[in-house]
Ligand binder design. Structure first.
Ligand SMILES: [Zn+2]
Length: 342
């Protein structure tokens, strides 16, 4: 039998303490998202390939967190570092991670924009006549072509500096054969945009509607909703604005309500959205995004990282916690001690 020295004994106790302290995952959101994904899994079961089903069922069943301890206080924090996410478009777990990453990146982007330009923000929602589920792909194409026409118009380019656009495709509430196709856009305008006397930058709601109608080349009036985001009076609130605004950009990424949708209809929807991009950036949002992230496209291939920067100078990585989903709970499977630590 191995003799335990004082140092070993301390380390052994600490590991046992950690195992007890972190025996169950306290971030309940993982469990909630996993649970909510079962509805989608049941729909997929009727038609999806075995490999796809397996990946979906396994999504988020094991999670690895790097564990940090404060160098002087008895405080811990953990950061997700490993997970088996499926990355499916309809997976609740993955949509949550995706939305989170998107909001954090948009926050960085807007903060950067604000450091370069004096800007204000407008929320705009643009719609098109609701397509049937089986027409969705062609309607999105139409939508994007019209969007391009509108954003390239002189009036637009003169007034709008850039945009963040997210297409949303929920089922119509009253008739589940139709999709309520629309886009939520954050428009970035110069701070003088609202200065009526000296400039002709301001675009009224009905003018936006006219522009959108013209771009769509339709004879009906597509609905357009414009909301101005009013900044706080106090100074020094730039970070706060960027943060609040960035948070709102993630809402279109929430999972679609599939209540009352049978698997046949869901199957058509999955075929329609295949390889379709829903998020795009334009103008200065595109330019600055490229500068910050090296690409103007949102990349969701990695849904693991915590993405927000953390000052780790006061924290020491002491190991990794592995959780497995077992009988409806995330239980600690093992604790791996970091190398060279007491
Ligand atoms: Zn997933």
């Amino acid at each position: 039998m191995r003799v335990l020295y004082q140092k070993d004994l301390f380390s052994y106790r600490r590991i046992e303490d950690i195992k007890e302290k972190f025996s169950e995952l306290n971030e309940l959101e993982f469990l909630v998202k996993k649970y909510n994904s079962f509805v989608v899994f049941e729909l997929y079961q009727h038609f999806a390939k075995k490999s796809k089903l397996q990946a979906f069922a396994d999504c988020g069943t094991y999670l690895g967190f790097d564990l940090y301890k404060h160098i002087s206080k008895e405080e811990y924090q953990k950061r997700l570092s490993h997970a088996n996410f499926c990355r499916d478009r309809f997976c609740e777990m993955c949509n949550w991670r995706r939305a989170r990453k998107y909001a954090i990146e948009n926050f960085k982007l807007l903060k950067f924009v604000q450091s370069q330009e004096r800007v204000r923000y407008i929320f705009a929602t643009f719609t098109i006549k609701n397509p049937r589920v089986e027409e969705l792909k062609s309607y999105v194409k139409l939508f994007n072509q019209a969007w391009k026409r509108m954003t390239q118009s002189k009036r637009w380019r003169n007034s709008i500096l850039g945009y963040i656009k997210a297409i949303e495709i929920p089922f119509q509430k009253t008739d589940r054969d139709y999709i309520n196709l629309h886009a939520h856009c954050l428009l970035i305008v110069p701070s003088i945009y609202f200065d009526f006397k000296n400039y002709n930058l301001y675009i009224k709601q009905n003018e936006f509607q006219e522009m959108w109608k013209k771009a769509l080349r339709v004879d009906y009036n597509p609905s357009v909703d414009i909301r101005i985001i009013k900044p706080n009076k106090e100074r020094g609130e730039d970070d706060e604005i960027a943060s609040v605004v960035a948070e709102t950009t993630k809402y279109p990424l929430k999972s679609i309500d599939l209540n009352g949708i049978d698997w046949q209809k869901f199957k058509i929807l999955t075929e329609q959205v295949k390889n379709m991009r829903f998020l795009s950036f334009g103008g200065i949002a595109k330019v600055y995004r490229k500068e910050i992230f090296g690409t103007d496209e949102f990349d969701d291939s990695d849904l693991i990282g915590d993405y927000d920067e953390l000052d780790l100078s006061m924290w020491e990585k002491i190991g990794r916690l592995w959780y497995f989903l077992d009988a409806g709970k995330y239980k600690l499977h093992k604790f791996e001690k970091a190398e060279n630590k007491e």
